[in-house]
Design a protein. Structure first.
Length: 56
């Protein structure tokens, strides 16, 4: 699975059925913070469940 390469400069690689453990420090992903800020168009309201008990 690959995400937008303009936002995620370095991504964790899928190797067969699993992900390769990165050798570098951290989580193995590198983000372009300026590109993320530029892509934000405003706040988004998440959908709410239809019933108070969270069932649909």
């Amino acid at each position: 699975m690959s995400h937008d390469k303009t936002l995620f400069l370095v991504q964790i690689e899928l190797n067969g059925s699993g992900y390769r453990v990165p050798d570098a420090l951290g989580l193995g992903a590198e983000l372009d913070e300026q590109a993320i800020r530029a892509s934000i168009h405003g706040l988004v309201e998440c959908p709410h469940p239809a019933k108070p008990d969270s069932s649909v």
